[in-house]
Design a protein around this ligand. Structure first.
Ligand SMILES: [Zn+2]
Length: 304
């Protein structure tokens, strides 16, 4: 059943997993994981993911996902770069869009974000809007307070941003980052004190963590055992994820963990079936590992 992220946030305890998808294997892995856990899920796709699939395949697979899933699902545009991109996603039936102007000056970020919110209101469309404040970048382990203030979300600005834009959820920068290298020598520590301030200032607005993968060393080791070279990879700890959920985080984006699981199973499968040319057999193994990782994440986020 298609729902907006806003509807899912208000009717579900804990945080909702938002997984990136871009092909049949990811679509099936995420859908079956959500069914297995009997928890709503957010299927999000980036602009490059949409280009990769192409609109006809995307549309067909969206309808297939709605047929497969027995739980509320939201289709979300991840990191929409323009108002046009958000409007296109809405016309394709997405129930949630992100307008990401976090790299612009604050005034511009507010202006663009408000335009998307106003468009949805004006046309009476049932779609949620997410925006981002702060910079998600890989950071040094020993970052100091001033450096933190320059890149992380400012709680006072978050209050103004939420009030002026009327968004449904806000992505915050508190120490997560995209990719498999979130820390140089260890897992980064999230700035939970800052999150508490943001949560207080934004009065219950659902908060979003991007780049929140745990980066399983078991799967990394399997990748490396079978020919990959992924070094110094560190993710967010489960304890930090639980703490973030306690303080207002309702949507947690996971892409890297699913990719690593997929690659681990694919590399192992190729090695162990080196006389096979059955693509379906290999991709079934990959999709299945992806489903297992998704189930672990959905269960981890089911806490208050
Ligand atoms: Zn992101």
């Amino acid at each position: 059943m298609l729902s907006t992220t806003k509807e899912i946030f208000s009717s579900t305890r804990g945080a909702i997993a938002a997984f990136n998808w871009y092909n049949m294997e990811t679509a099936k892995a995420i859908s079956t994981a959500a069914n297995e856990c009997k928890r709503p899920v957010i299927l999000q796709i980036s602009e490059s993911g949409i280009r990769y699939m192409g609109i006809p395949c995307l549309k067909g697979m969206m309808s297939a996902i709605l047929e497969i899933t027995k739980v509320p699902v939201a289709f979300h545009l991840d990191h929409g770069s323009s108002i046009e991109s958000c409007i296109q996603a809405i016309s394709l039936g997405f129930s949630s869009v992100m307008i990401d102007k976090s790299h612009e000056q604050l005034e511009k970020n507010i202006e663009y974000t408000k335009q998307v919110v106003d468009y949805i209101k004006k046309h009476n469309i049932n779609t949620s809007v997410e925006a981002e404040l702060g910079t998600l970048a890989g950071i040094e382990d020993d970052i100091n307070v001033d450096e933190k203030d320059a890149v992380y979300t400012n709680p006072d600005v978050a209050k103004r941003f939420a009030e002026e834009t009327g968004i449904d959820s806000l992505a915050v920068a508190i120490g997560t980052s995209h990719g498999a290298h979130k820390g140089k020598t260890k897992s980064p520590k999230l700035d939970i004190e800052r999150l508490i301030e943001i949560h207080k200032n934004t009065q219950g607005l659902p908060l979003v963590l991007h780049g929140a993968s745990g980066v399983s060393h078991d799967d990394i080791n399997i990748c490396n055992m079978y020919g990959a070279k992924i070094e110094n990879a560190f993710g967010i700890t489960d304890d930090d994820i639980r703490a973030a959920i306690q303080h207002g985080v309702k949507k947690i984006n996971i892409d890297t963990d699913l990719r690593i699981g997929y690659m681990a199973a694919l590399r192992k499968g190729l090695h162990e079936n080196n006389s096979s040319i059955d693509v379906r057999k290999l991709l079934t193994m990959s999709s299945d590992r992806m489903r297992e990782v998704a189930v672990e994440k959905i269960k981890l986020f089911d806490c208050n």
